[in-house]
Structures are given as C-alpha cells and as structure tokens.
Design a binder for this molecule. Structure first.
Ligand SMILES: Cc1ncc(COP(=O)(O)O)c(C=O)c1O
Length: 398
C-alpha cells in the first residue's frame, strides 16, 4: 500500500523518459504529450539548452543560497520577466498559489495604504487561483472550497464576461480595490474572456483606481501566441501572477507588479525561503531566452490554430464546442468525459479532462505542426466514439 496522501486519483502509468513532445512509460510504450504536465513543460522534455543550464548550475555546487544575499541569476531572471511583462518589480516564489496569494496581499496592502480598512477584490465565477486558504476563497468552485470553511473574507464574485455585474459592484461597494481575473480560465473549462470585456474591465479599474490583476499562471508565457493574454487585449495590468511554464518544469512562481502596484511591498512585507533560488532562476532565464531564440510564440499560434481548426472541421458545434487560444484548447462535450483520459493513454496520447466535460490540451510550445496533426488524429476518433455512445440519436443524425 502506498504511503502517499490520498489527494489525487492517479492513472496507473509512470513516465520515465522524455524527449521533445514524447514520453515513454516503464514498459517502453511511447506517448504523444498534449498536456505538458498541465502547462508546465514549455520546452518539452530534455531540451538541450535547459539540460545544459541546469547541469552547469548543479556542477557549480550551489543550488540554494538565500534571499539574505544577492542572487545574480535572480536579478537576470527578474530583468527577463520585467521585459516580457512590461512591468517593473518581480517577486519570485515557488508555485502558482504563492503567486496569486502574493497578488492578493499586494491588493490588500494597496487598499490599506489608501485608507481602505477592509479591502475587497472582485473575482470571477469558475475561476481557479490555488488551494491555500486565501486562493481557494478567491476560487469560484464549491468543490475546491467545501470542507475548508470559514473562507477568507474580502472577495466579491461576478460572472466572467459580464461588465454590468462589475459596474454594479463598483457603484455599491466602496471597499473594492482590485479585480483578479484569469483571462482564460484553465481549470474552469477553458473559458476565454472576450478582449473587449478585458478592456472594459481595465477601463473601470482606471476610473476607480483599482488594481487589475491578471492570473496568467496557466494561460501565460507564450501559450496563446503572445507572452501574455493581456497583450492580445492591448493594455498593461498592474499585477501579473505567473508560475507553471515559467521554468519549463522546475518549480517556480512570480508575482510581477507595475503601474499602481509598483512599490506597494516594502522590506518585510513578504518573503520566501526557496523563492528565487539559483536552480529555478537559471531555468527561468533559459526558458524565456529559448522561447525567443526558437520563435516559440509564433509556433504556439501556428500549431494551436492548426489543432483548433482541424478539430472544428471534424465536429459540429452541437457535439463538441472547441474553445481556446493558441496552444490552450478546450473541447467541451455534452457529458462528463473523464474516461477519455484513460482511452487516450491507451491510444498513446496524454490529455486531461477538466470541469468534468472539457477535454483540455496544453501541449509543450515546441510541438511541431506534424505533431499537432497527430494529436488530432489520435484524439478525434476517441471523441467521436464517446459522443456516439453518449448521444446515439443526435450523433447518427449528423
Ligand atoms: C490560473 C491558475 N492560478 C493558480 C494556480 C495554482 O497553481 P499551483 O498549483 O502551482 O499552486 C493554477 C493551477 O492550476 C492556475 O491554473
């Protein structure tokens, strides 16, 4: 019997080797990876530049010093993150929840600095921000919250893509100091915020002097064809939360601030023992440099469009709704479809199902067009068979 705490319903497969977008299990079976460890393995597996950078770091003998000292690679990583976000100050941590938790703290401190004693943050239905007490309270899922009450106070929830709901809160709630939004909800089922909605939200933030916080832990770092989704909408947020793909497999997170949020945190306001450690930092620098050197933003846009279009060609919108941007893709089916994960593994394809009925694809950004076509070739027959089993009459009529 395993001594692991029972927090995950795991598939009975262990991947032991990887190269590019390919994985091998213990029995030597080969899989095409369309999930990247849930949007983490940006550069795929065994990328020579990342391997070399990490080996050099290990060979230097130093994996950790402390934030009590200067960490040159942390300074380099912060320069890179500031450049791609267009923001000013970077706090490095180790995970997505830490990045969003830090963002929530920045918003509260910003409120207190302006004399708001009980600052509130607008959050979205179906959002996911993490599993610490504050971030699960900000999360719009009862499943994530149940059993952990009392929740952290100070969040006001509205539906995504509904500007009027935000306007109403703006009119009646004087405690609001920030809006926290995932521009593409990942765990919630690949729900894409409309660009005009994001711009409208930003306008309200400007008018009310609220912070605009973009949680790009899952959708950021090049996956949509630009570094960040707010760049598609054409404005700068005040705070961005990052993690997952930022170091291509090495645990890292970042809370990045600019605009009204610049300078809110002072020495002593926040900290992390491991945050910004030399091992993670060289992985951040190498990941960002490699995305640039290898043109992976354009690649994500190209291969993502190819996958989305070929799925749309194959499925009528009444059977499967294809949503997403670039290499962040959801296929919503009419019924809970968790069984597709196991069926895909049998067919040599790694996928995930989220929000019960959405097949989620988050491939490494190094996926080629030929590999993108193979994802569709392996996935489409499984989805077709599932839909036919689930709704024989509707499917037969197509
Ligand atoms: C948008 C978003 N924010 C925050 C998190 C939390 O990240 P972590 O699991 O690294 O704590 C996730 C994880 O899925 C996420 O998708």
């Amino acid at each position: 019997m395993s001594h692991l705490m029972n927090t995950y319903a795991r598939q009975p497969v262990a991947f032991v080797r990887g190269e590019g977008v390919w994985l091998w299990d213990e029995a030597g079976k080969k899989y095409l990876d369309a999930l990247a460890g849930i949007a983490v393995n940006t550069l795929g597996y065994g990328h020579p530049k990342l391997k070399k950078a990490l080996l050099d770091r290990v060979n230097s003998g130093i994996l950790h010093t402390s934030n009590l000292w200067r960490i040159p690679d942390q300074e380099k990583a912060a320069d890179r993150v500031a450049e791609i976000t267009g923001l000013d100050e970077v706090f490095f941590c180790n995970s997505g929840l830490e990045a969003t938790e830090a963002s929530i703290k920045v918003a509260r401190k910003y409120g207190h600095d302006r004399g708001v004693a009980e600052p509130a943050i607008i959050v979205m239905e179906k959002a996911f921000h993490g599993r610490s007490l504050a971030t699960l309270s900000a999360t719009g899922s009862r499943k994530v919250q149940a059993g952990f009450e009392p929740l952290v106070q100070g969040f006001v929830r509205v539906p995504l893509n509904d500007l009027d709901a935000v306007r109403q809160v703006a009119e009646h709630n004087k405690n609001v100091v920030a809006v926290l939004v995932e521009p593409i909800q990942g765990e919630g089922g690949i729900n894409v915020a409309r660009m005009e909605y994001l711009r409208g939200l930003k306008e309200i933030c400007e008018r009310k002097e609220w912070l605009f916080i973009s949680d790009e832990v899952q959708c950021g770092l090049g996956r949509t064809g630009k570094w960040f989704v707010y760049q598609h909408a054409g404005f700068q947020p005040d705070v961005v939360a990052l993690a997952k793909g930022l170091a291509s497999g090495v645990p890292v997170g970042a809370c990045v601030v600019g605009g009204r949020a610049k300078g809110v945190f002072k020495p002593g306001n926040h900290g992390s023992t491991f945050g910004g450690n030399p091992l993670a930092m060289i992985a951040v620098v190498t990941t960002i440099d490699t995305i640039k050197d290898e043109g992976l933003l354009a690649n994500a846009a190209r291969v993502g469009t190819l996958i989305q279009e070929s799925l749309r060609d194959q499925f009528d919108t009444t059977l499967a709704e294809i949503r997403g941007m670039g290499l962040m893709i959801g296929v919503e089916l009419g019924q809970p479809c968790g069984e597709l994960v196991r069926q895909a593994l049998e067919a040599g394809l790694v996928i995930n199902v989220t929000a019960d009925n959405v097949v989620r694809l988050l491939p490494p950004l190094v996926m080629s067009e030929a590999e993108g076509r193979m994802v569709v070739e392996r996935l489409a027959p499984l989805v077709r068979a599932f839909v036919e089993r689930a709704t024989p009459a509707t499917a037969a009529a197509r």
